[in-house]
Design a binder for this molecule. Sequence first.
Ligand code: NA7
Length: 545
Amino acid sequence: MSAPSHDPQPASPTVPSSVDVAVVGAGFSGMYLLHRLRELNLSAIVFEAGGDVGGTWYWNRYPGARVDVESLAYSYSFSEELEQEYEWQERYPTQPEILSYARHVADRFDLRRDIFFETRVTAASYDEQARTWLVRTGHGDEVTARFLVMATGCLSSSKLPEIPGLDRFEGPTYHTAHWPHEGVDFTGMRVGLIGTGSSGVQSIPVIAEQATALTVFQRTPAYSLPARNRTLRPDEIADMRANYRAFRQAQRESGFGVPTPIPEKSALEVSEEERDATFEQAWESGSLVNLLTAFHDLSIDQAANDTAKRFIHRKIHQIVRDPRTAADLCPEYPVGTKRPCLDTDYYETFNRPNVRLVNLRRTPLVEITDRGVRTSDDEYAFDAIVYATGFDAMTGALTNVDIRGRGGASLKEAWSAGPRTYLGIGSAGYPNLFMITGPGSPSVLSNMVVSIEQHVDWVIDAIEHLDRQGLRTIEPTEEAQDAWVDHVNLIAGATLYPKANSWYMGANVPGKPQVFMPYAGGVGEYRKTCDEVAAQGYKGFALST
Ligand code: NA7
């Protein structure tokens, strides 16, 4: 595996021995949090494993990497000046464009001076006497903090396939989430790529254009929609700039953090012509949310969902010329129950003479060899291997840190049967520990920037409340947490989500408990609940002096 390279950074100042708030992660969450904490005049530092700000967009530099929420919506709302001055170029910006936005924000709000880069937090333990967290880094730094905020992201702990021989391959290997900063030129190479989630779907068409031959190893096909990406027109940027406030409000009240009309019709009550025309509109629009909300029952009714499935299957068969490859690319699980993808020429790429698909359902992966990849019926020789095999999602980045709460209880052990949180913000037994977009909140089922801002604002309000009231600690009660976990499960159980083996369920990591982790009740409803909790004096949290 190629080592991640880092951007040069000025020498870090010394880590202070004590601060009000220690933040882990300088992605979109950690950056905004730092900005807000400074406004409260609290001392705060951020630890970041990467060499610069940006989180996901710092690490995931694979070819074709883009966000699948539109740029004007996937941006901070906290500063009108920032909204008005930043020039987005594309409808769905590339990783470099988003990273440059994150860097711009860091510069504009002078954030870097309190961020310790290339510094991984390894452990954090709660001192019940002092009521502070002791945070340790891989460099041996120690800092005590009243509050610890895990702004570690939902998709930041990458994973490799669980097969033998990973270090035997003699050529270069790359994980999409640790892509070399200088890029990779696959010209003249035979490339094997494992994994067909968003990272695979986005990188496959780009790698196919360079490589002599590309072999794609697919365990589960993705549902993917053409992104219809394009350069933004000056008039739409001007329109958005004139209407940002109303748009932001609509985002906050929406289901996915992206405003869309609320569907009124069932997929089963309309004629086949009307249904197809509605799906066709969503397909043409290049918006995942338009597809997922085309009818009100797609996420809850199998028969309704089947109509979307059949529509997409038909599209795949229309695009992909080889019928067997087309059939292999057609998913069977309900649409939307694994993260759907947005692509540019994904299905078309399988018509190229230098691209072939290996269906691992028929011939499973056996091992990586010194020459390439062995499946149950063949060995494939490569010059390079790309792992687009995803993440230990939602909990991995939290449980990788040795977090110890009351009585030295390990968070990893406390969550051994699945994550237990109240609102996805805190966990009983871990006072003054906040998670940004933690499990049990809408997080990955939403436009992340909207959910990040909501959580950061809520956490800031909570800290301000404690300080105003002369209180020292806040911690979810076991009862409130149990009720929230039940509620999250109840909502998930009323949907089709649990029907797929997805990373939402922890199903991609062998041995991980299978629990639906994000909150499926929608961004707007969830926000109301969080606001009510705060308005009722942080109901469900124990506050103490
Ligand atoms: P994903 O969506 O988790 O995709 C990972 C892919 O790798 C997926 O197709 C997996 O198949 C496949 N995979 C993982 N482990 C293996 C093994 N052991 N053998 C074969 N195939 C394997 O990660 P991405 O990076 O693409 O996208 C993450 C998110 O980023 C995405 O959802 C968007 O929110 C943005 P599986 O489906 O588990 O059968």
